[in-house]
Design a protein around this ligand. Structure first.
Ligand code: PLP
Length: 531
């Protein structure tokens, strides 16, 4: 086999690099490629999907109650009168179908536990799943918002949060949320070219790239998590946020790739900083919050300063569904900042939103997000498709109705067993950390070598081996794809393995491959005279 010059790959960005890693790993036909680069989970919630499809069948039959004199295939709007009794009959007729049984329980849960009007809710679901009207209200369907608010409050560590105190905007996933938020912050002059924003690092790569785009050109101040503190942010780093020229702090919590949630001290420290800096905008992407034990979002601890982004993609195995929400308190720093803009800026924005209302200054930030998502002029067609909102509601109900949280525990056990399989084969003990979420793991080159065969070996590896080249060698020789931590702003040479995408035995194989490579380096090290 021709020897590959791995150094040619050192300059690539992490996602291009991934493609090259895949090519190299797949170039050996006799061997399986193990792509641990993908964050896309290989598990998914089936019961709420069964419920979705069963509801779809019921709703279609409801539609066909109208225009029944017409040829087959023509239906009308579902009829409100008698809807619940027809639904009860449907449930009673199909007790052998888990999705139908779930739907029956869901309606009772919505009525008895959430205190919502069951008839209005069912009508919203039936109309929604048929997708026969534009989403109205465009920000989110009315009762869908109530259900998802309850889910968000519970899962983000704010159980009992008053539904009246915040709003949701249903969007096409967490990444759409981020794109919308950045755009509206800019259009509304809340961030401008050259402004400073703080970013919690390491972080999901695109989030380092967005602020650098030509239309934003923001100055980034990195708030670096410390691996020696279990990837928490040191107080000295958080203190940077006291600088009044920093407009916003942007973070992923629990983090990606370290996969650790903010601990209580960090939450308290940020709350303290916000007391000194009541204008600071916190923008938090909490997609992994549902995998953490006792999770508490900044949305729970600093509700007035925080824009929360939550995505259903990971926890429900639903990346293809494109489901996410933006949550914002009604009393929030963004609306205050809009009120404090200069008269010239306000006049310019009056123009921007004048087609929507006669009092554009009263449009809240969250409704500006909705309008801006359709270039304002097309505001009347904004909003997440109604069938998507129905699936979002069913996912949320599935979580809330699971009193013992069996699904959540099953997923946590699944990723943690995969992690144990990897590190057992690598020959490293795992230290347990209550803040760790274990959706990803970072294999740190230096500390791994140190733990295996001591300081001399670790120093030699760091000095003689290029970390990117190591990842290419891993891909080439073992078929294992890890992404470089450096691409996510990790300062130490490391590889990120997603624990979500492969089977347990494959994680063991990854551990074994890494162990084999480490042993080869160790032999080289000894030959070179190292001890
Ligand atoms: C996977 C992931 C998401 C999910 O984004 P969607 O657009 O909802 O699929 C969001 N944020 C982070 C940090 C992620 O890793």
């Amino acid at each position: 086999m021709a020897k590959v010059d791995y150094s040619q790959f050192s300059k690539l960005s992490p996602f291009e690099l991934k493609d090259n890693l895949i090519n190299l790993a797949a170039s050996h036909r006799d061997r399986l490629m193990l792509n641990a680069g993908r964050g896309n989970p290989n598990f998914l919630a089936t019961l709420p999907r069964r419920a979705f499809f069963q509801l779809g069948l019921f709703a279609t039959a409801e539609s066909e109650l109208s225009f029944s004199f017409m040829p087959e295939g023509v239906g009308g709007y579902p009829r409100s009168d008698g809807l619940i009794s027809r639904f009860d009959t449907f449930i009673a007729q199909h007790t052998d179908r888990p999705g139908v049984v779930f739907l029956g329980k869901a309606l009772s849960y919505v009525r008895d536990q959430l205190g919502l009007d069951p008839h209005a809710f069912l009508l919203e679901m039936v109309e929604g799943i048929l997708g026969c009207n534009y989403p109205v209200p465009d920000r989110m369907l009315r009762l869908s918002e109530e259900v998802v608010k309850e889910y968000i409050a519970r899962e983000m560590g704010a159980p009992g949060m008053d539904h009246e105190s915040f709003d949701l905007f249903a969007v096409e996933g967490g990444t759409a949320a981020m794109a919308y938020i950045f755009n509206t912050l800019k259009q509304n002059k809340l961030i401008s070219k050259g402004d400073k924003i703080a970013i919690g690092a390491p972080i999901f790569t695109p989030y380092l790239e967005i602020p650098e785009l030509a239309e934003y050109q923001l100055e980034q101040v990195l708030i670096e998590a410390d691996p020696n503190l279990g990837w928490q942010y040191p107080l000295s780093e958080l203190k940077k946020l006291e600088d009044p020229s920093i407009k916003a702090f942007f973070l992923v919590n629990p983090s990606n790739p370290p996969s650790v949630k903010l601990n209580d001290e960090s939450l308290a420290a940020i709350a303290e900083i916000v007391r000194k800096r009541p204008d600071l905008i916190l923008l938090t992407d909490d997609v992994y919050g549902t995998f953490a034990d006792n999770f508490k979002s900044l949305f729970a601890s600093c509700p007035n300063n925080t824009i929360l982004v939550y995505s259903f993609s990971k926890y429900f195995g639903a990346t293809g569904w494109r489901l996410g929400v933006i949550a914002l308190s009604k009393d929030n720093v963004l609306d205050k900042a809009l009120g404090n803009l200069s008269d010239a800026d306000k006049t310019e924005l009056d123009e921007r939103y004048s087609t929507l209302t006669t009092e554009p200054r009263k449009i809240k930030f969250i409704d500006r997000l909705v309008a801006d998502s359709r270039a304002v002029a097309l505001n009347h067609t904004a909003g997440l498709s109604t069938p998507q909102q129905v699936q979002m509601v069913l996912f949320s109900l599935f979580n809330m109705m699971d009193a013992r949280q069996d699904y959540k525990e099953a997923l946590k056990t699944l990723v943690r067993r995969r992690e144990a399989a990897l590190y057992d084969q690598l020959g490293l003990p795992r230290e347990s950390d209550p803040n760790s979420v274990d959706y990803y793991t970072l294999v740190d080159m230096e500390s791994t070598c140190r733990k295996l065969w001591g300081d001399g070996f670790a120093d030699w590896v760091l000095k003689t081996q290029n970390p990117t080249e190591v990842l290419f060698r891993v891909a080439d020789e073992t078929g294992v794809i890890l992404l470089p931590g450096s691409g996510f702003g990790v300062l130490h040479p490391s590889g990120r393995a997603s624990l979500a995408n492969l089977q347990e035995y494959q994680y063991a194989a990854i551990g074994k491959s890494l162990r084999k490579l480490a042993e080869e380096y160790y032999e080289e090290f000894k030959k070179s005279g190292g001890k």
